[in-house]
Design a protein around this ligand. Structure first.
Ligand SMILES: NC(=O)c1ccc[n+]([C@@H]2O[C@H](COP(=O)([O-])OP(=O)(O)OC[C@H]3O[C@@H](n4cnc5c(N)ncnc54)[C@H](O)[C@@H]3O)[C@@H](O)[C@H]2O)c1
Length: 283
């Protein structure tokens, strides 16, 4: 038995947790953290290499798991993944809708820097010209994964959870859906606001079947997309970013994973809530 196995506390003992976007970013950290708590894991990602990395970590821990390469924006592929999960483990008790496209392309980075400079520098008020310059593609590319994927997975999970009268769904949203936190990326922000809205309607819908749906609206998290941004940002750009965070730092994936475990556990009375660990960026 390795150290990781010894440190398990069993808050999710025997539960089956399906986590989307479970590559080495936040999804993978939530997966290994839930395994530490005794959960059996179904991990899914569109990127086979990313999936392999996290599957190897789970294997190293001796955690029971199933890795499925799946594009969550494909409704039929999502249904097939849940069928595989049922075949292997009998059901799904916990769903973490974590998979997403993030605003990290060079064009998005340029807009991000423009936003941060505008928010932290004394310059004349002006239009940033972001919305008016977006193409149809810039707008539409966000919806498949970030919004439709969350709906397809939620629907498939509820078809198991409602009849068994138990389940926990945790949607990974963002302060982008709550505030001006990512106003440089209107499509990303709109889809994350959509996730928050779906969280509330689904939560109301299924609470009577003892299924709890809640959202985590993340602030900045130190995962590969933010690491890549910080690796190329100038000192001034980094200062602008941290200036907007009262705590002066990004959150660690572990700080978010501990909240996901709490929401997945039977230790709370939370229904349709949006909890936002963000270092004070949105209060
Ligand atoms: N990093 C941050 O600062 C931050 C801030 C707010 C919210 N979030 C949210 O946290 C979650 C995790 O983000 P992260 O920072 O770990 O980024 P990440 O890019 O490391 O993780 C996203 C994962 O989703 C996978 N994915 C993308 N499209 C997919 C698809 N169609 N089907 C299945 N998997 C797909 C990617 O391959 C990747 O492994 C996302 O929902 C993101 O919006 C992150």
């Amino acid at each position: 038995m390795n150290t990781a196995t010894n440190s398990r506390t069993g808050r999710l003992n025997g539960k089956v947790a399906l986590i989307t976007g479970a590559g080495p970013g936040l999804g993978g950290v939530i997966a290994t953290a839930m395994a530490h708590e005794g959960a059996r894991l179904v991990i899914c990602d569109i990127n086979p290499e990313a999936l392999k990395t996290v599957a190897a970590q789970l294997a190293e821990m001796g955690a029971e798991h199933l890795a499925v390469c799946c594009d969550v924006s494909d409704s039929a592929a999502v249904d097939a993944m849940f069928a595989q999960a049922v075949q292997r483990f009998g059901t799904v008790d916990i769903l973490v809708n974590n998979a997403a496209r993030l605003p990290s392309s060079p064009a998005e980075t340029e807009r991000r820097n423009k936003h941060y400079a505008y928010a932290t520098t004394s310059i004349p008020r002006q239009s940033l010209g972001i919305v008016s310059s977006l193409s149809d593609d810039d707008w539409l590319k966000w919806w498949g994964v970030n919004m439709h994927g969350v709906f397809y997975c939620t629907r498939a999970a509820l078809r198991l959870m409602e009849p068994q009268r138990s389940g926990k769904i945790i949607n990974i949203a963002s302060i982008a859906g709550l505030s001006t936190g990512s106003m440089h990326s209107p499509g990303y922000s709109a889809t994350k606001a959509g996730v928050i809205s779906l969280t509330k309607t689904a939560a109301y819908d299924v609470a009577g079947a003892n299924v709890y749906v809640n959202a985590i609206a993340c602030g900045g998290v130190m995962t590969p997309p933010f690491e890549a941004y910080l690796a190329t940002a100038t000192e001034q750009q980094k200062n602008s970013l941290f200036q907007m965070m009262p705590l002066g730092r990004l959150g660690t994936p572990q700080e978010y994973a501990s909240l996901a475990i709490y929401l997945a556990s039977d230790e709370h009375y939370l229904v349709g809530q949006v909890i936002s660990p963000n270092g004070g960026m949105v209060i």
